[in-house]
Design a protein around this ligand. Structure first.
Ligand code: NAI
Ligand code: MG
Length: 338
């Protein structure tokens, strides 16, 4: 078996701690990776004077595959988000966020994959304020840009994901009744593409506000959801909440020239260095990476080992009211793997 070449960015705060745990779990699957370790974020700023070194970008250009810990972004001043810069640099247009029940709680059977458009919409940064009659901010405007090209590629990604992962249905979440141009185009393209998948994947569509409510009332009715950038930003945190919060939520950023796998949460400076962070989200991100490179069996084994450790063995980190350290938790997952 040849090793998969990939760029490894340990990250800031709890990043190196949860990355160590994640690498141990990955190694225990027997799937081999040839890691090129690179810097980004605060760690890079401190060591080489820039938050996103050229060497890191070059490495990703070669490997096209990244496992990344969380990166600290200074609030207010300081450097701009390295996460956003990486998504832009490699045009990673699909943000994939699965949410699945691990701990039985309020919701038993959540199994949703949200595919969020990652490059367009209201987040393109076309923003101005207009002064009128001495008020410098009398009017503020943010312009949403949605292209047919952008809609097509992310919607097609969602349907292809559904086919690959034997998912039944794709739900297009939109606001085409009010935002007739930008959301209307997304829905129109969605319906057109869905016809290519007739007989293979079901399709329906739902207005975004109703979608938010239905998710809370009965999340089990959803399968794959595809939506535009801002709606997806909001829904992805909502579905993370449905399954127990940030410590359990992985994410993938996928484009044609690179794919980057990470936890949804940040660098958690409040618990950094204490060795108590929950590595589950990053371990699940590594499982997504295994699926991406074509190792679905190893991914499946990781997910099942995680579920057994958390649910059956009740070995949990502090955020889930347990007392296991990061590495104790990882070791328990590894025992379940074998
Ligand atoms: P955060 O997600 O780092 O922390 C929020 C709360 O959740 C904290 O109380 C933290 O202790 C807890 N938490 C997060 N992950 C956890 C884990 N694995 N185990 C146990 N508890 C966990 O969000 P915050 O504090 O808003 O941001 C901190 C820094 O992270 C900022 O600089 C922010 O810009 C950055 N960030 C980076 C992201 C990325 O690299 N993708 C994503 C989100 C934030
Ligand atoms: Mg968000």
């Amino acid at each position: 078996m040849t090793a998969y070449r990939a760029t490894l960015i340990p990250g800031d705060g709890i990043g190196p701690e949860i990355m160590r745990a994640t690498l141990a779990v990955l190694e225990a699957t027997g799937v081999e990776f040839d890691w090129d370790e690179e810097l980004a974020g605060e760690a890079a700023l401190n060591e080489v004077g820039t938050p996103l070194p050229d060497a890191t970008i070059e490495s990703i250009r070669h490997t096209q595959l990244v496992l990344k810990g969380p990166l600290t972004t200074p609030v207010g001043g300081g450097f701009r988000s390295v996460n956003v810069a990486l998504r832009r640099e490699f045009d990673m247009y699909a943000n994939v966020r699965p949410a699945r029940t691990i701990i039985p709680g309020r919701y038993e059977d959540v199994d949703i994959v949200l595919v969020r458009e990652n490059t367009e919409g209201l987040y393109v940064g076309f923003e101005t304020t207009i002064p009128i009659a001495g008020d410098p901010k009398a009017v503020a405007q943010s312009i949403a840009i949605v292209t047919r090209y952008g809609c097509e590629r992310v919607i097609r990604y969602a349907f292809e994901y559904a086919v690959r992962n034997k998912r039944k249905r794709v739900t297009i979440a939109h606001k085409a009744n009010i935002l007739k141009a930008v959301s209307g185009l997304f829905l129109e393209v969605g319906r057109a593409i869905s016809s290519e998948y007739e007989g293979r994947v079901e399709v329906d569509d739902v207005i975004i506000d109703a979608c938010a409510m239905k998710l809370v009332l009965d999340p089990s009715q959803f399968d794959v959801i595809v939506t535009t950038n801002m709606f997806g930003d909001i829904l992805s945190d909502e579905i993370a909440g449905l399954v127990g919060g940030l410590g359990l939520a992985p994410g993938a950023n996928v484009g044609d020239s690179a794919a980057l796998f990470e936890a949804v949460h940040g660098s958690a400076p409040d618990i950094a260095g204490k060795k108590i962070a929950n590595p589950t989200a990053l371990i699940l991100a590594a499982a997504l990476m295994l699926e991406h490179v074509g190792e679905p069996d190893a991914a499946c084994r990781i997910k099942s080992a995680l579920q057994r450790t958390i649910r059956d063995d009740r070995i949990r980190t502090a955020d889930l009211q347990g007392s296991a350290t990061t590495m104790e938790f990882a070791d328990a997952v590894i025992r379940r793997l074998s």
